[in-house]
Structures are given as C-alpha cells and as structure tokens.
Design a protein around this ligand. Sequence first.
Ligand SMILES: [Fe+2]
Length: 144
Amino acid sequence: MIRALNSIYNQCIYVKKPQDIRDLLLYSKFWCDWIHEHHDEEEKLLFPAIERITKVDGIMEKNVAQHEAFMPGLEEFQRYAETTKPELYDGQQLRDIIDKFGSKLTVHLTEEIETLLGLESYDGPVLKEAYIKFDLELRKVKDA
Ligand SMILES: [Fe+2]
C-alpha cells in the first residue's frame, strides 16, 4: 500500500500527456478504492472478530482512531482522482493532498503490525481462521 502510494507521489509531478494523466488518476482511484475497502472490512469483519476471540473490548480501538485520522485526506485524494479533468490536472496539487494524510497512513500501517503481533498471547488458530475469513471476503469479486 505504501509502495503504491509512493509511486503515485513520485510520478505525479512528471506526467504531462492527457492520456498519462488519465491513467495516473485512474491508478490513484484504484488505490483509494483498495485502501477504503481494506479498512472498511477490517472495521466490519476483522476487528469485531478479534474482540470476540480475545474477549477484550476495544482492543482494536487505536486502529479505528487511526483510520479516522487519515480518512479525510484519503477522501480528498479520492475526490481529486475521480473528478479532475486532465486539462486541469496539477501534479503538485496532488502531491500536496497526499502530504496531508500520507504520514498518518504510514504510521497506521506500521503500528497495525505491532497490534497484530501483540495478539500472540490469544488463541492463534481461531484468530487465524478469522483472518482467513476476512481475507477471503476481500478477495471476492464485487460490483463496481
Ligand atoms: Fe487498518
């Protein structure tokens, strides 16, 4: 996720041809859809399952708060990607939007690993089962 965002951040100021701009904006939109879906499903499916299995209320609360912290910036990025006409595209503007939420997202993605590793004292096989269910849900082909 971070690498894909980096690729957008690094290339966005160099694209000049209308077709390249359209492609970059579409790639950005796909990236936003991916992040949205991932975090929505975590909150709907995975985090409640982790709470149930560990029997610790709010064990994933910090992660949910971090989702909320980067969400406004992500939404601004998504709006820009979906509505900008190639002739009005400004790579620096796109970069400025990423600057507003990129570091919050990176902190979140980095710290979530620690949270997940912290679950090792709970029922591993049952947690793994919940994770597989979550992963299979994400892999389903969905209507656009
Ligand atoms: Fe997350």
